[in-house]
Design a protein around this ligand. Structure first.
Ligand SMILES: C[S@@+](CC[C@H](N)C(=O)[O-])C[C@H]1O[C@@H](n2cnc3c(N)ncnc32)[C@H](O)[C@@H]1O
Length: 228
């Protein structure tokens, strides 16, 4: 991965809650966030005593490198958002300026926590589809705005392997959203769901409160049947 090709963009805990990835009922769970990137969710949950580890390929870079890239990207993203504003639902977040402010705040929180969090191994440089954790080491593993969203970049096989690996290390997996970057249902979704059914996984599609990308208001929850 080259940092110059990455547009760091991170959400906060409130948004993870609205997506349905985390609720107060999950406070005592051991959590793994896959692709949390520069989101502030790890910092915010750690502060309230939740046990969370995040993995992401951008964690191979230093705080200074990520910080510089955040600053370079903010301007580009802001132009793109203005151009494509009709692709988004301006309900909870009223306009582009407020959104940029919210994202920069979340990423700033992440950056402040990054060095310390790396020392504590809360931020680990790992990437799907292979995780360096023991079987069922976690209670809950999630992906926010990575799996399914990048369906043009990662193929069906990648998605199946990544989800099976997440369910190897965890009792439950939650994924949001189920749309791709063009706001279309991911072209891998139907075959991934069929694969899950055939391999004794149980899933549920849950409606979430969060809808920023138009039509992206569903979260996929998966467990491995305990009988198999
Ligand atoms: C759009 S960002 C989402 C960040 C955060 N989850 C959020 O919702 O605010 C997508 C993240 O996926 C990460 N990513 C890319 N390839 C990955 C892989 N193979 N395994 C895990 N994460 C990956 C990127 O580095 C980036 O941080």
């Amino acid at each position: 991965m080259q940092l110059k090709n990455v547009v760091p963009w991170g959400r906060n805990l409130q948004e993870y809650k609205e997506m349905g990835l985390f609720s107060d009922a999950d406070r005592d769970k051991k959590i793994l966030g896959c692709g949390d990137g520069p989101a502030s969710v790890n910092k915010e949950l750690t502060e309230i005593g939740v046990n969370i580890t995040s993995i992401d390929p951008i964690y191979q870079f230093t705080k200074e490198q990520i910080e510089q890239r955040v600053q370079e990207s903010a301007q580009v993203v802001s132009v793109q958002l203005r151009k494509n504003r009709d692709d988004f639902v301006w309900k909870n977040i009223s306009d582009v300026e407020t959104l940029i402010q919210l994202r920069l705040e979340a990423m700033d929180n992440f950056l402040q926590d990054y060095k310390n969090g790396k020392k504590q191994e809360r931020y680990q440089y790992q990437e799907l589809p292979k995780l360096n954790f023991k079987d069922k080491e976690f209670d809950l593993t999630w992906s926010s705005h990575f799996l399914f969203l990048y369906s043009e970049h990662f193929d069906e096989e990648f998605h199946k392997k990544a989800i099976v690996e997440m369910l190897r290390v965890s009792k439950e997996v939650r994924i949001f959203p189920l749309l791709d970057l063009k706001n279309k249902k991911s072209k891998h979704l139907t075959s991934v769901l069929k694969y899950l059914e055939e391999n004794d996984y149980t899933y549920e599609i849950v409606k979430s409160e969060y809808e920023f990308q138009k039509g992206a208001f569903e979260m996929l929850k998966i467990v491995k049947d305990s009988l198999t």
